[in-house]
Design a protein around this ligand. Sequence first.
Ligand SMILES: [Zn+2]
Ligand SMILES: [Zn+2]
Ligand SMILES: [Zn+2]
Length: 417
Amino acid sequence: MKKTAGSKSKVFQSARGGVSFCFWFYHALVGCDGMKQEHQRLGCGSGWHGGGLLLLAFLLVVINVRADADHCAICGAAFGETIYTMTDKVTHKKIEVCHACSIWPDDCYLCGLPVRKNFTKLADDRFICARDVKSEVLDSAEALQICTEIRDGLNRHLSSFMAFPETNVDVRVVDRIDLLAFKIPGNDYGCPNILGYISPETNQGEVRYPLRLMSALPRAQLKATCAHEYTHAWVFQNVPGARRKTLGHDAHEGFCELIAYLLMEAQHEPAELQAILDNGYTRGQVDLFVEAASKYGLNDVIDWMKYGEDAELKAGEVWRVRNVQMPPRPPATNTVNLTASPPPAAPDTLLLRSLSASPTRAFALINDVTLAVGETGKAHIGSSNLLIRCLAIGADFVRIRIETSGEERELRYKNSR
Ligand SMILES: [Zn+2]
Ligand SMILES: [Zn+2]
Ligand SMILES: [Zn+2]
């Protein structure tokens, strides 16, 4: 799942001049367990309107005592003797508010400021202020359309490096309550991000990826969340199972953030780029992934994801991204057979005959055509042929698309013995 930045927190100047946070989305920084803990402790969620008020009152600090007639930035009322400051988590600016606003129980879930009028209340009890609602994608059909466009954008923008699944991802938009409740039992890794969630499901040998997106996300955040979740699907399909076990959780999430970052860069979303770098969700891994991709190229980062020796990237040692254990190449007899022997009779269906790899690329021999990811070629079937495109190569399978029909198929390698 994708992170959210500290931008969901409400900040007050503290008595010691420091900063206190209400971790409305604290789990985004420390994971779901941490979130629950913090929600209970700080009274966010259902408890927020009760004991949370008292805590809030203590967190607020008088910064100024003035007798002039300035007005509250939220409700417009004249200030009393005390003026309070709050930080707008969208603009990152401090504003001055009155006492009533300072203890108002309902906050905009984006900027963290109290909502007094003209706000929108969602079914899951989130509030959005009149200003921020303008950047939201409130319509679920539109959100799904944007997610499809993001998937296509990833496949276009990164076509030389990766192929993202197109037909086996089931996307739905759900509210926050349903998103938090969305847990799929299984032994594979599920992205625990608060804004989105994905986890593979296997049914009768077919792998599908239910992907859930939280409703009413700002447009740019929705786009980055979709890119992040689709990258998880790519990892599930392309990183060998043994490597996924040794890959660190933060590195897995950091790679998904890197791909979201690269797409946001291509789509000129500077605020979302900054939000990706600012959020602490990956505990610094995203910064190292961005550095590694810029120094060594995305291909090397992808190789590390698949075959790297370390669990995560290390600050000051990003060069270790080149420490990889590539799988051994299959015996050259495969190639010799193809060129020196008469071709075998074309099978009557598509078959994955072998998988091989060079230091930088993997190849799949399908019927009589050898393809790397992103390549298209003709595979003979019986007396005719099919134009197929290689979308992904895994440890024991290849995912292809039949170009004439658009149908995608996963072909598994079966040892002929
Ligand atoms: Zn994730
Ligand atoms: Zn006010
Ligand atoms: Zn707001």
